[in-house]
Design a protein around this ligand. Structure first.
Ligand code: ATP
Ligand code: MG
Length: 562
């Protein structure tokens, strides 16, 4: 499925969620719009989360509301401070400021506990002694009703006593759970007496060892929303079946406000996995070099690769917010990246696979500094000086010993334009014993400085180059998709589908001097090759560049054809 591109960026955005908000605000059903983005701190944020972030923070911004960044930190076994920190950094990087509006579900543990006792007192919850496996068996299936637990009708006082002792740490993990008393024969399995609390003797990143019972997502989420005055609780479609439980809890508890949940489709991208479970496995098993590996679809990975935050926001703004799950083409994302970089990135020259060229009629030892514009579309970006000398490097693939007619680059006797410099003509190719070309001997026409021939002769091709003595040696990391097939999970374990060529590291690249100064994360265009950004590992003495995206614009071409 292809998502519809927004026709006009500045027209009012319309989708079922914004329509709902508009109508709730105008009817007075909602006084102030409050949303939240509720990550569980058990991994890094990925580009799917960006959809939720842009939606939640976006609508708050558009409708004069507020959006909380709320950590859904209810499962200490998988949660870590590192994740809490990077999630905040990534939301900021994406361009959203939450200021004081940062919350933790763990801040509400005491309140949630009190409300759990309230449910017990109301006869709406009970402590169950069934072990996890039996409990699952009692729950039934989609086609078969569940069965009541033998503990379902134990006296309230007994449940209360057990629940207090659960909190006090008297029992081992799994010995008891607290369950809502709803309906074991409900068609919705989520309503078959769902678990509200479980015993977990685990240290929590924020509450330490204060608690050894923790609320489930279903219990904590809606109540946290109610405490924060969230008016519209926006989540992805997999929670639609949980909404009746969400409502049941809000209706049966003395919560201060009544939030409502709305579900939209999650973002899926081809050639990509966007499940934290799978991303965690990639990191844990060493298939990638950490959460911020530039091949990862995490926001940290995209940032490290050199993707501008504006490109992510632009991409997300083109997705539709609806209820139909689909898979978006990675090419569409790459197109947003290219567009952002085309305007933002300065041009530089780099030769990735160098072939030496000696310009025989250029004086030995002489250097001249030529003007090179930084951005053809932006005079404000100014220009820089690049050195030209007798020995230069060109791209190996820009030479052919026996070129076809339409190869407008170097070949024996062929003349080309060196970008920002002169016309050169290839006189001879020098080969080693194995027959491999190791050097080209060329001549240049000094009259063509600035690429204008006074006699008016034209050359078809322009190639990039770098002066040999001034070149900085660098490493360039060429990335391809991490997975080979469009739907990596379809045929079982996506690990089997890892692309062995997802990273090709090219060393000995020849970079123009200015490239040694590019700061980590900053992107430039290598003329004729693609967009590249300095990696975190980069230093002026040893520059390292990541390919952000190629210049090829398959998406726009395909769009134009269709
Ligand atoms: P998992 O990947 O294992 O399903 P998760 O990504 O849902 O975990 P959470 O931390 O619970 O992890 O997600 C926080 C919020 O981001 C949730 O509201 C969730 O609905 C939303 N979200 C997660 N993945 C996507 C996605 N691919 N597209 C849109 N929203 C998403
Ligand atoms: Mg989730």
């Amino acid at each position: 499925m292809t998502e519809n591109a927004a026709t006009e960026a500045d027209t009012e955005t319309r989708d079922f969620i914004r329509d709902q908000i508009r109508s709730d605000l105008s009817s007075g059903a909602t006084e102030q719009l409050v949303t939240r983005f509720p990550p569980e701190p058990n991994g890094y944020l990925h580009i799917g989360h960006a959809k939720s972030i842009c939606l939640n923070f976006g609508v708050a911004d558009e409708f004069g509301g507020r959006c909380n960044l709320r950590f859904d930190d209810t499962n200490p076994v998988k949660e870590e401070q590192e994740f809490i920190d990077t999630i905040q950094a990534d939301v900021r990087w994406l361009g959203f400021e939450f200021g004081d509006n940062i919350r933790f579900a763990s801040d509400y543990f005491e309140q949630l506990y009190d409300w759990a006792e309230y449910l017990i007192e109301q006869g709406c919850a009970y402590v169950d002694d069934l072990d996890a496996e039996t409990l699952r068996a009692y729950r039934g299936t989609l086609t078969e009703a569940g069965r009541n637990s033998p503990f379902r009708d134990r006296p309230k006082a007994e449940s209360l006593d057990l629940f207090r002792r659960m909190r006090a740490g008297e029992f081992a993990d799994g010995a008891h759970v607290l369950r809502a008393r709803i309906d074991m024969s409900s068609g919705n399995i989520n309503l078959r007496d769902p678990v509200l609390y479980r015993i977990l003797h685990a240290e929590h990143p924020r509450t330490g060892t204060t608690w050894c019972i923790y609320p489930t997502y279903d219990y904590a989420h809606g109540q946290s929303d109610a405490i924060e005055g969230v008016s519209h609780s926006l989540c992805t479609l997999e929670f639609a079946d949980h909404r009746p439980l969400y409502d049941w809890l809000v209706d049966n508890l003395p919560v201060p406000t009544k939030p409502r949940q709305y579900e939209f489709s999650r973002l899926n991208l081809d050639h990509t996995v966007l499940s934290k479970r799978r991303l965690t496995a990639l990191v844990r098993d060493g298939h990638v070099d950490g959460w911020d590996d530039p091949r990862m679809p995490t926001l940290s990975g995209l940032r490290r690769r050199g993707v501008p935050a504006a490109a992510v926001r632009d991409f997300i703004s083109r997705l539709s917010i609806n209820k139909s799950d689909g898979v978006v083409e990675l090419a569409m994302f790459e197109n947003s990246v290219r567009e952002a970089l085309n305007t933002g990135a300065e041009r530089r020259m780099a030769v990735l696979d160098p072939l030496k060229v000696v310009i025989e009629n250029y004086p030995e030892g002489e250097v001249e500094w030529l003007d090179a514009v930084n951005h053809p579309g932006d005079p404000e970006a100014g220009s820089r000086r690049i050195p030209f000398a007798r020995e230069i490097y060109v791209e190996r693939e820009d030479f052919m010993e026996d070129p076809p007619k339409k190869f407008f680059r170097l070949g024996p006797g062929r003349e080309v334009r060196l970008r920002f410099a002169f016309f050169v003509t290839c006189r001879e190719a020098i080969t080693d014993e194995s027959g491999r070309v190791v050097e080209l001997r060329c001549t240049y026409d000094p009259e063509t400085r600035g690429n204008v021939a006074p006699d008016g002769r034209k050359v078809k091709g322009t190639i990039h180059w770098v002066a040999a003595d001034h070149a900085v040696d660098g490493e360039v990391r060429l990335y391809d998709t991490l997975f080979q097939s469009a739907n990596p999970g379809a045929a079982g374990d996506p690990i089997k589908d890892l692309n062995p060529a997802s990273l090709v590291s090219q060393t000995g690249c020849k970079l123009e001097p200015a490239l040694a100064e590019v700061a980590a994360g900053q992107a430039v265009q290598f003329e004729r090759i693609g967009y590249f950004a300095a990696d975190l590992d980069s230093s002026p003495a040893k520059p390292v560049f990541n390919r952000v995206v190629t210049l090829r614009d398959g998406w726009a071409k395909a769009q134009a054809k269709s």
